[in-house]
Ligand binder design. Structure first.
Ligand SMILES: *Cc1c(COP(=O)(O)O)cnc(C)c1O
Length: 392
């Protein structure tokens, strides 16, 4: 099989590309021409590695979850992205992009956020670098996610409400794009997942690939083997999964399992199971699988976890799933809540609701007692405690 990677035009097979308004072309083209060169320079790598270690807290542990392994009758390792500064994997990407923005001479950062997790990770690195930060967020989400709005403001970011349409993530994205068109010279747009026009999906996957780079040597230390039998991760846009899969993409003996949110049930009308319900189309600048009506209107997704509540999936994942390289499993709100309680009580680790979906996939997976399974524990669950308490 041909190696799985992005081509010059930004495609993974038939998915990807850069479908953008003409007025965004200069910004995206500048990034496309420079991202690989700049991020591979020794001074970039030195600063990136230094910040990942001393600021983010990497390497994050690869932890043998003994009581969870015992419960499921197999061997389970947890890649502890929940121990990253700010509580999730998103900071790996925002650190990479802020270093790139500085080298591109940008003095102003914009981002959009739904649940606020990416907004917080962006506000954090802007504070770290002393760069102006504007985060667009739907008016409805600002009300729903008050603690994260407070964190962003505490960090010095300006949170601008998007007041059009459904006043949620897609409206915030539209506002951010409008801003970028109006401020092409001094502004960099930090996208938070492996979505958007090329080069974003590849760039974000590379910054997150530190996750699987570490898994490889850590697993070898633990077990003498670099290759697990399966890597399992939840998928919203797909950045923690892309990072956890990255160095295993071309190792076909490693199963890659992408877990999406089925909401109240795949066919309930309240779901975010893009790999099952999605059809080919363009969303946020790339050709991928997305949930849309017959005439191409985006269907509002639903998931109990705000981080998985996205109507599309990154083009790399659309490619992996449609070619059969990755398996997709859909998990309901209820199943995710149960898994969150189980992991909390078996391991003393309260996972994010997003991550809980990955654990719930175990009941639909085939595995052997001798298998080694690695879960990407994408984030910690403090932010979800209200939801968990309602469920208990
Ligand atoms: C944002 C988020 C996700 C979903 O985003 P991906 O890009 O799919 O990784 C998953 N887990 C946590 C903890 C998050 O904050």
């Amino acid at each position: 099989m041909a190696p799985i990677t992005v081509n010059e035009q930004g495609y993974y097979g038939e998915f990807g590309g850069a479908f953008i308004p003409e007025m965004l072309h200069p910004n995206v083209e500048e990034l496309r021409q420079k991202y690989l060169d700049l991020s591979s320079q020794p001074d970039f790598q030195r600063e990136f590695q230094h910040l990942l270690r001393d600021y983010v807290g990497r390497p994050t542990p690869l932890y043998l979850a003994k009581r969870l392994s015992e419960y499921y009758g197999t061997t389970i390792y947890l890649k502890r992205e929940d121990l990253c500064h700010t509580g999730a994997h998103k900071i790996n990407n925002t650190i990479g992009q802020i270093l790139l923005a500085k080298r591109l001479g940008k003095t102003r950062i914009i981002a959009e956020t739904g649940a606020g997790q990416h907004g917080v990770a962006t506000a954090t690195v802007c504070a770290l670098m002393g760069i102006q930060c504007i985060v667009y967020m739907g008016e409805v989400d600002i009300k729903r996610q008050a603690p994260n709005v407070a964190r962003m403001r505490m960090l010095g970011a300006e949170v601008r409400p998007a007041t059009s349409g459904s006043k949620t993530l897609k409206d915030a994205t539209n506002e951010a794009i409008r801003d970028w068109i109006n401020n092409p010279v001094d502004t960099h747009y930090i996208i938070g997942s492996v979505v958007g026009p090329h080069p974003y999906p590849d760039m974000v996957a590379r910054f997150q690939s530190v996750i699987s780079e570490e898994i490889m040597w850590q697993l070898e230390e633990h077990t003498g083997k670099k290759y697990p039998d399966a890597v399992i991760a939840c998928v919203g846009g797909g950045s923690n999964a892309a990072g956890a899969f990255y160095h295993y993409l071309n190792e076909e003996k490693v199963r890659l399992i992408a877990v999406e949110a089925a909401g109240e049930g795949i066919h309930s009308g309240k779901s975010a199971a893009t790999s099952v319900l999605g059809t080919k189309g363009v969303i946020h600048g790339s050709r991928t699988l997305l949930m849309q009506t017959e005439d191409g209107q985006i269907v509002e997704p639903h998931s109990i976890s705000a981080g998985l509540d996205y109507p599309g999936i990154g083009p790399m994942h659309a490619h992996l799933i449609s070619t059969g390289r990755a398996e997709a499993i859909s998990i309901t709100d209820e199943e995710a809540l149960e898994a969150a309680v189980l992991v909390s009580r078996r391991e003393g680790i309260i996972p994010a609701l997003e991550t809980a979906h990955a654990f719930a996939a175990l009941k639909y997976m085939q595995y052997k007692p001798s298998d080694i399974l690695v879960f990407c524990l994408s984030g910690r669950g403090d932010k979800d405690l209200d939801t968990y308490m309602k469920h208990l």
